[in-house]
Design a protein around this ligand. Structure first.
Ligand SMILES: Cc1cc2nc3c(=O)[nH]c(=O)nc-3n(C[C@H](O)[C@H](O)[C@H](O)COP(=O)(O)O)c2cc1C
Length: 197
């Protein structure tokens, strides 16, 4: 099993990274010999899309200018890593009720018409099939239930965009309430226990 770990927290004691590592440990225990490829978006962020990059998406590879070739290499790298993975573990801190911009930039390079999705006779079709995705979501507040639930735009967004690309088997694991003194200490153990379950 090839596991791809996407890290988007810049923090050394990140909850989303520790939860992602916990998920990976369980996967490796159940699948001895699994490989892990780490893509740290905080250490090495992908650039925001620029005009030349969008042009490269809409131009056949054999017609790319040198500038388009340079721009499209980011997208090619993201797509190759996802294609090579059986399981993708995405660490996602909740930032301002959404995902960090580094993770959004990664998605912007992953979603490419004709490559990772296409429009067919029956509408859009995701071309990244057969993957299992775990989202390791960390948040200061609680969003799995209660009054703040509608403010988590990250989970529905990730499920929608990954599903659009063909990755419909998405499990969200939450380490939540890390900013709340009453919940903080137990947040990670509880999340890791839910992974075992
Ligand atoms: C820039 C920033 C924005 C944040 N926005 C939210 C938010 O909207 N809702 C929330 O519950 N927590 C928010 N938090 C708290 C983080 O979700 C929480 O600290 C989480 O543990 C961060 O993930 P990490 O531990 O993997 O770095 C924010 C933290 C930062 C640094």
């Amino acid at each position: 099993m090839n596991i791809l770990h996407i890290i988007s927290s810049p923090r050394t004691d990140s909850y989303s990274v520790r939860l992602g590592n916990g998920i990976i440990e369980k996967l490796q225990a159940a699948n001895p010999g699994s490989t892990v490829q780490v893509r740290n978006l905080a250490e090495h962020p992908f650039p925001h899309l620029e005009e030349v990059g969008i042009q490269s998406f809409n131009t056949p590879a054999e017609s790319h200018t040198p500038a388009q070739q340079a721009a499209v290499r980011h997208s090619n790298a993201v797509i190759a890593e996802v294609r090579a993975a059986d399981v993708v573990v995405i660490g996602a801190p909740l930032y301002n009720w959404s995902i960090p911009s580094t993770l959004k930039a990664w998605i912007d390079h992953l979603a490419r018409v004709g490559v990772t999705f296409r429009y067919g006779a029956n509408g859009p079709e995701g071309l990244v099939q057969g993957k299992k995705v775990y989202v390791a979501m960390a948040s200061g507040g609680v969003y799995s239930a209660g009054p703040m639930q509608p403010y988590d735009f990250a989970t529905p967004y990730l499920k929608t965009v990954l599903g659009f690309l063909g990755m419909t088997d998405v499990t969200v694991v939450r380490v939540e309430g890390v900013a709340l003194p009453a919940l903080q200490a137990e947040a990670l153990p509880k999340a890791l226990a839910s992974v075992s379950a």
